[in-house]
Ligand binder design. Structure first.
Ligand code: CA
Length: 368
């Protein structure tokens, strides 16, 4: 119904009542008391989209609650170390934290499925799993024994395969290759005969430049450009089979979350979802621009992993995931649910997104 018709039908008395309610509203929605929370993150200060996304989340919650919930954000090391975030939120030292679930694999093996699975779901798929396929409910079950409530808070989209000092022609080229690649992807590389090196972000560039590392992965063009890896390794490979749509998380201490009034709980959940969408949009837009700069300005050699090499990695990734699922009953349950959902969206994707990108969309040249 058009507004004009609505006014005609309901008459001016109702319209006047609506107007007076609108004017009276601010008095009704008087400010409540302010709850103050602390958020710790696994990210270095100012890290675009990741740390700035956590800060954006906190700011938006403050605005949306009209100051009734104020969250102060601390980057990695400012209050607790990056890898101390899970425990700090779990034991109530702070009320919330931001990171990625695969960081907690040592404590909770099943957490890995909620961040990135090699050859797994992309951003669209993992969001569908969380919000419409029971994935978030499973994640809540997995975190519940730790007094934590998780929410997706961001997504990197498909990452890049990484920076290599030599060409990668077949799976045999991984033999003896020293690569910085964390998590499940690292386990796959180790199976292929590579040596996985774990280094803090600040040490990767120098190690790659000096040849202590033969290769590294990081995120995507936007973050990789910022790290300057193009100055240390010539070959930039795609796609990031190991992180096809990494989900970033926000987690709340259960007690702190449950103490919030229902409306603020809704706001916190809604802002997490909004930040998730914002984050993917930032990555999508930022990566496109950075990729262009890497190719045209820095003359980076962009290369696609050969199909046969990807087929071999896919086989090793399947074995790795089965081994991970065997670690405990919870991991097995999550793995089976993930596989089932992946197959379902995969069937749909094979006649929707796949043919659209492969056969229908405009083709773009990646040459510099
Ligand atoms: Ca990565």
């Amino acid at each position: 119904m058009k507004r004009r018709d609505f006014l005609k039908k309901t008459g001016t008395a109702t319209a006047a009542a609506v107007a007076s309610t609108a004017v009276a509203a601010p008095a009704v929605w008087a400010k409540g008391k302010t709850t103050r929370w602390k958020m710790v993150t696994t990210w270095p200060p100012n890290l675009p989209v990741l740390q700035t996304g956590a800060e954006r989340f906190a700011k938006r919650v403050g605005e949306a609650t009209d100051g009734r919930l104020k969250i102060k954000v601390f980057a990695a090391g400012e209050l607790v170390p990056a890898m101390g975030v899970f425990d700090a939120v779990s034991d109530g030292t702070v009320q919330c934290g931001s990171g990625a679930a695969y960081y907690w694999a040592g404590k909770v093996p099943a957490a890995q499925w909620f961040s990135a699975v090699p050859f797994g779901l992309n951003a669209q798929g993992i969001n569908a799993w969380f919000y419409s396929g029971g994935g978030l409910q499973l994640w809540e079950e997995v975190y519940a024994p730790f007094n934590l409530i998780p929410r997706p808070q961001g997504n990197t989209g498909v990452q890049m395969g990484g920076w290599f000092r030599k060409e990668m022609n077949s799976i045999a080229d991984y033999k003896g290759l020293k690569m910085r690649i964390p998590g499940l992807g690292g386990k796959v590389i180790a199976k292929a005969g590579g040596t996985v090196v774990l280094l803090p972000g600040g040490e990767i560039f120098t190690s790659l430049e000096r040849g202590v590392l033969d290769a590294t992965e990081w995120v995507g063009p936007m973050h990789d450009l910022r790290m300057g890896f193009y100055k240390a390794a010539k070959h930039y490979y795609y796609p990031g089979w190991h992180e096809p749509g990494t989900c970033l998380e926000v987690m709340f201490n259960k007690g702190a979350y449950e103490k919030l009034p229902k409306d603020i709980q809704c706001i916190v959940d809604a802002v997490a979802m909004e930040t998730n969408f914002w984050s993917l949009s930032e990555f999508e837009a930022g990566n496109g621009a950075a990729l262009q700069e890497l190719i045209t300005k820095h003359k980076v050699q962009l290369k696609k992993f050969p199909d046969a090499l990807l087929d071999d990695l896919r086989k090793l990734a399947k074995e790795t995931m089965e081994e991970e699922a065997d670690k405990d009953n919870v991991s097995r349950k999550v793995h089976e649910a993930f596989k089932k959902f992946k197959e379902r969206v995969g069937i749909w994707g094979s006649i929707s997104e796949n043919p659209y990108y492969n056969d229908v969309a405009d083709k773009y040249s990646l040459k510099g």
